[in-house]
Design a protein around this ligand. Sequence first.
Ligand code: NI
Length: 183
Amino acid sequence: MRKRKAKILPIKIYGDKTLRRIAEPVEKLTDKIKDFIADLTFTMYEKEGVGLAAPQVGRLLRIFVVDPFWFTEGNEKKPVVLINPKFLEFEGQIESEEGCLSFPDIYEKVMRAKKVVIESLDEKGEKVRYEADELFARVLQHEYDHLDGILFIDKMSKLRKMFIKKKLNVLEKTTNKDGVNIG
Ligand code: NI
């Protein structure tokens, strides 16, 4: 193992154009990409998130990391890294509250599939498959959407989006071209 200290990557805030772009598949799991994954994971924990996708830090790669239970399980960290993920199945529907590190202070209910099956590569480049439900399933769907430039506000009902419209407009207007919110 190479010794290297992970660093915090700046998170792009709503209004940044990168968040709307489609990410490219990872062709080869190079050391550089492994370092990036370590930084992405470190950033997720430092910013107290349960998921973080590469486009959120300005890298248009199909990579995200999730750890939906580290808050509730005594801060025990079990990051799950997904590279070039693909959903195989969706089942049921359930509405629950979501937040996003690219939308500070915005929490709103979003409808998602209740259960999902996802196939992916892990951080070692090995094939993995997860059958997820509840929060795990929700976080996977939320993060996956980031790879396609889809944001949780797109999945909200019109009514719920109306409730937060003012906040969204302010956020969008106060985010600069580097994705930094200066409001
Ligand atoms: Ni998000």
